[in-house]
Design a protein around this ligand. Sequence first.
Ligand code: BTN
Length: 256
Amino acid sequence: VEYLKTKLPFTAEVFAYDEVDSTNTIARNMAVNGAPQGTVILADRQTRGRGRMARPFYSPSGTGLYMSLILRPNRAVLPLHITTAAAVAVAETIEHLSGEPTQIKWVNDVYCHGKKVCGILTEGSCTAEGLSYAILGIGINVFDPPQGFPTDLQSRAGSIFGAKTAIFDGIHEQIAAEIIERFWAFYGAFPGTSLYLKKYRARDMLYNKTVQILDVNGTVQKEATAMGIGDSFELLIQEEDGTANSLTSGEVSIRL
Ligand code: BTN
């Protein structure tokens, strides 16, 4: 924690816990009680880690990085921009530390060797003027859990370093520090996104793939071909009858 504090591109508190329900919940309570921008919450394990669409996020002890960052955007910053900037920051950090390529599955998942290694959940409190605070939550599988991933996740989940048990002491803090440093540069340029839009597109995992479009209940609505990422980070698609369309992240999710 002391190391991470010295590496932050701003001055803020870092709180590290052994076990929490969800670092996003802790961060939200702190934000409501006035915690400043930049406050970082880390946990070794989460009992109720959550993802998009009310899905759980598997958060075992020892092998993952579970982190939330309190943001107080003072402009008309969109949660979608926070999420996508964080995805690029995570992708670049993984590539730098592991030497392996990554891909981003629109809108908020980072993949390595075809397996999901990171999920991102941005939660905000909106007022008429925009976000009063936002919580950027990032969950990364750094190593495979010793007992493996639960059966229902095995085909999709992976980790940055796989079965290796240690890279170096403090790898979790190093990952956190590098993600925050990269994210902070993108965040500082909002509402502009030109610093990372190309980087996001370059890692677009869905490009030219047939995707299934799911509604919030996880029911398949239709199939389409993914045609790339639009200037507002919408997913461009071509429907089966040839019609061009685009999807925004709130309403749908995508299965390959
Ligand atoms: C997803 O896969 O849909 C997003 C997963 C986000 C998980 C992270 S772990 C830290 C933070 N706390 C949570 O409860 N969720 C996020």
